[in-house]
Design a protein around this ligand. Sequence first.
Ligand code: G6P
Length: 608
Amino acid sequence: MCGIFGCISKNGNVAPIIHEALKRLEYRGYDSVGEATLYNGKLYIKKDQGKIDEVHKIHNLDDLPGNIGIGHTRWATHGAPLKVNAHPHTDCDEQIAVVHNGIIENFSELKLELENRGHMFRSKTDTEVIAHLIEEALKSSSLSLEEAVLDAVRRLEGSYAIAVVSTKEPDKIVCARNESPLVLGLGENAVYCASDIPAFLPLTNKMVVVNDGELVVLSPEGFKIKKISDASLVTREPKIVDWTPEMAVKQGYPHFMLKEIHEQPACLRNTLRLQEHYLDLMSTFLDRAREVFLVACGTSYHACLAASYMFSKLAFLATYPVIASEFVEQHGKSVNIDSTILAVSQSGETADTLAAVNCARQRAATVLGLTNVIGSTLTRVSRVYICQQSGPEIGVAATKTFTSQLSVLAQLALRLAKKRGKVSQDEMDFLAEKLESLPDVVEKIIETQEENVKRIAKKYKDAETFFFLGRGINTATAYEGRLKLMEIAYVPAIAYPAGESKHGPISLVEKGFPVVFICPRDGTHKTMVGNIMEMKARGASIIAVVEEDDDEVKGLADDYIEVPRGIPEVLSPIPFVIPLQLLAYYMAVERGHNPDTPRNLAKSVTVK
Ligand code: G6P
């Protein structure tokens, strides 16, 4: 996730306006920053790695000349967070500048094609291909900038919101959108394009939403929208937004956590755009290892636990999920050159995870990383790393992290299974198709179940304890549901593999004790029904997360939350965790707590 911004002003230089707007978009990423302006037929660019304030201190972003320009604040996905990879990116002649938010899936093919035709690339980003494609379109025929951008974006696969300026038409910004957000702002004496409303909200509250598959030409006179597919004109009336700046940053949601829960379909779509060769490389390391440890803390650990079932069931690889703070004590003496450590950390900076990784490195083990932050310590110490692609997560309680990490880990397990010849092509195709459908499935759960979960949270808001039970891979989902409820709603809660519940914790159960069952229709279903009966017999209130046509469990439950049917077992934690995230969120709200800032906790724990 990055932030893009563009501005054409009728009075005065735009550089300070862009700078301020990027500050308001900094929550979308802060690896590097850059601005490009046009003045007297020349392109001026300033960019560098680091946060906006740091870069401004060194380069003074405000003194770029001109009344038209674009800017970018970056959350790295392709290419390290270095100056060379900072946006805007330019064509060979530095006449065109592009800022981009999104992921261009086919950039490697396009880059090769362009390089073969003599284009010189400066960065490792996917974005730079866009500048060169526009350059070609402008050079090879007498196209306008608008037509050249249209030509270029028609060749792109993936997600993008872009803003482009060119010295050839120095009074225009051309933007286009597919899947990444883009809005226009219309002021008295200026027009703006941005990733998000907060960027221009202090300047104007008159806005226009740009839809997927649309291209926009901004000029001092206003805006024109066209469809990318057939270049037909679109008419759209501006709207007035009545958000406060604080509401705008949360896109109208009361809390970041709820916004991030709702972002999960989009994040899952991003995880499906990983570069194949990294998955291949990582699965090769996993395949060769004598032993594989999955090391993480908190929510990332729960993703590892679920992943251990994926690796075992799909690729027939036994892995050891280990809580990072225990790794050195448990395996510090035995880990060796034949061991591989897959460290999973949203921040890439968690001290316990890094300590485990250091111990493993000292003993010559291979370290692989899965993280959300390219440039983090974890990426620097890993032989290979993959980005979980979810953009900054601000709520302390991780939500989109869990589902994104699981989607990446599932792809890795599938890749390894293929390498090892452990799944048939039919099964591979089936699972790949199901994986692709997950963003829509998650969207549907949120759409259809949020009100229901809110009602359940109201009903149980005064419960003194909660019990979460799952079996198989959904033991991890139960742990994650418990963690969410405990950390933000402050409800003491326990989670167990359902089969183990009768070896102790069932003694806690008395009338009205809420027990949440994660109950997909997989091989564990029959025994789960038995566990539900055991709890019911002792007076527990049963809250079941079930597949929508599971009348048997619905009939037994006091309350149930539905998930679409037909999700393969190995992928089930992704949809099944969504109701539990919502439950924790609404329980926290009902109990009067701010879910974004739970007491005593930190987003990134950098002490051991
Ligand atoms: C902290 C956060 C959790 C997170 C854990 C691991 O405890 O509050 O939300 O899951 O750290 O963080 P990481 O960045 O390593 O995934």
